[in-house]
Design a binder for this molecule. Structure first.
Ligand SMILES: NC(=O)C1=CN([C@@H]2O[C@H](COP(=O)(O)OP(=O)(O)OC[C@H]3O[C@@H](n4cnc5c(N)ncnc54)[C@H](OP(=O)(O)O)[C@@H]3O)[C@@H](O)[C@H]2O)C=CC1
Ligand SMILES: [Mg+2]
Length: 340
């Protein structure tokens, strides 16, 4: 199997033309906050905070009917806690998730112990399930809110050491947890997944699991087995799920995917020989898999909201929305086909 790497790949293209020195200083600053609990606690006092209620992020509706993340400062959160008669110390359970371009440290905090409606009223926002919130947010807000939720979820589910069974204790930034009984350190984790758009040069292959929304087809995806390379996972998953042998692959990009739990999606294109393109479906994993031509794909990409029948289900073929990396793969394939 050949592994193709783009020869004109430039790091600069990935990150745009941002001032490199300010990027470096932001990253060094974040690094220090992860290592120094007191510095992190001080940073929190002047930081911005994303609020979640039982892992559902707080969103605000703008005058134009769009949604955005409310710009809450630590002092606003203290004010809310004060008004609800709660201890300000709850703010200190915030976790560090980043630093804005204008150098404001960003935190996320779950206020699931407070009454949801009361917090919503005080903030003028609404807590929305992340799957829906992901659709509603635009630009860098969607990955930020997903990162904030992923880190909070990890802390909520990793409170105990898997060796001693004793409680673990987090550092102030929330970048690790330590077992005080044996000193074991635990770091937040993502499960690596390969997502691949298979092409035979003329058509691309999309599949659906029975749990997908009706009519939606996506690229093939699968979790990496322990010890596997991306190339090995890709080749195995395509063989397992649709019975095809991959000949070459090309890396496209990656994405953190919060559903159902944190996955690290590595997206690739792959080709199979048009002479060996007969699909042999693994019915346990997939409900259906089909080859699609450029016309059908272009139509599906343009279909912003799939048509729905009276039961509210889509009756046409559609593909994942633009925030999913599957959409990017499909878009790239269509652009490539148009050029050739
Ligand atoms: N961002 C995007 O564009 C897209 C993202 N995805 C995501 O990719 C991920 C993987 O795709 P999928 O086809 O389901 O994967 P797989 O084809 O690997 O099949 C999933 C099954 O693998 C088993 N499994 C093995 N390792 C893990 C693990 N670490 N976590 C969970 N299950 C594991 C589970 O089996 P069992 O339940 O029997 O234990 C699970 O049902 C999903 O989380 C999906 O949401 C998928 C398509 C598009
Ligand atoms: Mg799969």
């Amino acid at each position: 199997m050949r592994c193709l790497v783009r020869s004109s790949f430039k790091i600069r293209q990935l990150f745009g033309s941002r001032d490199c020195s300010s990027y470096v200083s932001r990253m060094r600053y974040l690094m220090r906050l992860k290592e120094d609990d007191e510095a992190c606690l001080r940073a929190l006092q002047s930081g911005s905070v994303l609020l979640y209620h039982k892992l559902a992020p707080l969103l605000m509706r703008t005058e134009r009917g769009m949604y955005q993340l409310p710009a809450l400062q630590a002092t606003d959160v203290k004010g809310i806690l004060g008004k609800l008669g709660k201890d300000e110390q709850l703010l200190n359970s915030s976790v560090l998730i980043g630093c804005s371009d204008d150098n404001v440290p960003q935190f996320s905090l779950d206020v699931g112990s407070l009454e949801q409606a009361a917090v919503e009223e005080l903030c003028g926002g609404v807590f929305i399930d992340l799957r829906k919130a992901f659709f509603l947010l635009k630009g860098p807000e969607a990955p930020l809110v997903s990162k904030g939720q992923a880190l909070l979820r990890w802390h909520q589910t990793h409170g105990f050491c898997s060796t001693t069974g004793q409680p673990t204790q987090r550092n102030q930034a929330g970048s690790q947890r330590v077992c005080l009984a044996n000193g074991a350190t635990y770091y937040p984790q993502m499960a690596p997944v390969v997502i691949v758009l298979v092409s035979d040069g003329r058509r691309c292959l999309l599949a659906r699991q029975s749990g997908f929304p009706r009519g939606m087809y996506s690229a093939l995806a699968g979790f990496c087995d322990i010890g596997e390379t991306v190339e090995e996972t890709l080749r195995r998953e395509v063989a397992e799920e649709v019975g095809l042998e991959v000949e070459s692959l090309l890396y496209s990009g990656s994405q953190h995917w919060p559903f159902p739990q944190s996955s690290f999606m590595v997206a690739c294109h792959a080709t199979v020989s048009p002479d060996n393109g007969e699909i042999n479906l693994d019915g346990a994993e997939l409900e259906d898999a089909q080859w699609f031509g450029l016309d059908e794909i272009e139509e599906a990409l343009q279909r912003k909201t799939p048509l729905r029948n009276p039961k509210g289900e889509s009756s046409v073929f559609w593909v994942p929305p633009s925030y999913a990396i599957a959409n990017k793969l499909i878009q790239e394939w269509a652009n490539q086909q148009k050029k050739s």
